[in-house]
Ligand binder design. Structure first.
Ligand code: ADP
Ligand code: MG
Length: 275
């Protein structure tokens, strides 16, 4: 395809090209879609405009998001906080390309995700977004190393290269000595660190974590939060969803959701959340 022609290495353009190239054989594209790669190299990672999400439950419309607009720039460490039912998980699913807005728009790295077909969306999720969930979601009876290698399985990387990248990711979260352990041989905090390594291994544009400390004791929570802080210091873009103010206080920016709307967007000094 013409767009694979060599160009100067502009990271945003290269990233966009990767996003638009199907992993396996690219399907023939209709003339009108998908959207062409980013023209502005400095596009925010996230641009959400008047995002609404309505779930239809029988005759009842549940308005989970009621017009949410926000930008997130590369390298930001953002916490999204709100009470149960305020729309946090709905927002995470949209940001993570697991679900679409009912109205409004979402651009990821400058590209309107509505224009992606299902294959491209799956590819974007795999390459550009590192997910961390409350429940770790590791594959049981599978060693830590193999769990971390998993997102690389479809990337065309040689086996040894996958292994090296997974090892490096596990070392980043302080688990270099535990790579051959099975999930049930690891503590909750260690399992979550494996999950963070798995989220990191594709070198994604952002890490999206939904209540990552929700199932952890205080000590493990502190370990996990210090890893996020270190990743942020290294320039990673991190979006952390939580209902706990002391967890949100680790972030450099805090957005508060209430009843599907943003009610505060603050950059607390000393990264202490002012409530
Ligand atoms: P939070 O993660 O902040 O607890 P959610 O995004 O899970 O909030 O939910 C926001 C609102 O949307 C709640 O009222 C919830 O009941 C509703 N909701 C979430 N998911 C669905 C769904 N799949 N179908 C219907 N209603 C839903
Ligand atoms: Mg939730």
């Amino acid at each position: 395809m013409a767009r694979s022609a060599r160009r100067p290495p502009r990271p945003a353009v290269l990233r966009a090209q990767r996003m638009l190239q199907a992993r396996k054989a690219p399907k023939p594209q209709p003339a009108s879609a998908p959207e062409r790669p980013v023209r502005e190299p400095d596009a925010p990672v996230i641009e959400l405009r008047e995002a609404r999400k309505t779930y239809q439950v029988g005759d009842i419309a549940v308005h989970a998001l009621r017009g949410v607009s926000m930008n997130v720039q590369r390298g930001e460490y953002l916490a999204i906080i709100g009470a149960s039912g305020s729309g946090k998980t709905t927002l995470m699913n949209i940001l993570g390309c697991l679900d679409h807005v009912t109205a409004g728009s979402y651009r990821l790295n400058g590209l309107d995700v509505r224009r992606f077909d299902e294959d491209t969306l799956a590819d974007v999720r795999n390459r550009e977004i590192g997910f961390v969930f409350q429940s770790f979601n590791l594959i049981p009876r599978t060693r830590a190393l193999a769990n971390v290698e998993l997102p690389l399985a479809y990337g065309g990387l040689h086996r040894e290269a996958r292994r090296q990248r997974a090892l490096a990711a596990l070392e980043q979260v302080g688990l270099g000595q535990r790579v051959d352990h099975f999930p049930n041989e690891l503590s909750g905090g260690q399992q979550q660190r494996v999950a963070i390594a798995r989220a990191l291994v594709t070198n994604p544009a952002m890490i999206l974590a939904d209540e990552p400390t929700g199932a952890l004791d205080t000590v493990s929570s502190a370990e996990v939060m210090s890893i996020f802080r270190r990743l942020s210091d290294q320039g990673r873009t991190i979006i952390l969803i939580t209902h706990e103010p002391d967890v949100a206080a680790h972030a450099r920016r805090v957005i508060r959701l209430s009843d599907g709307r943003i009610v505060a967007d603050e950059r607390p000094e000393n990264t202490e959340l002012v409530t």
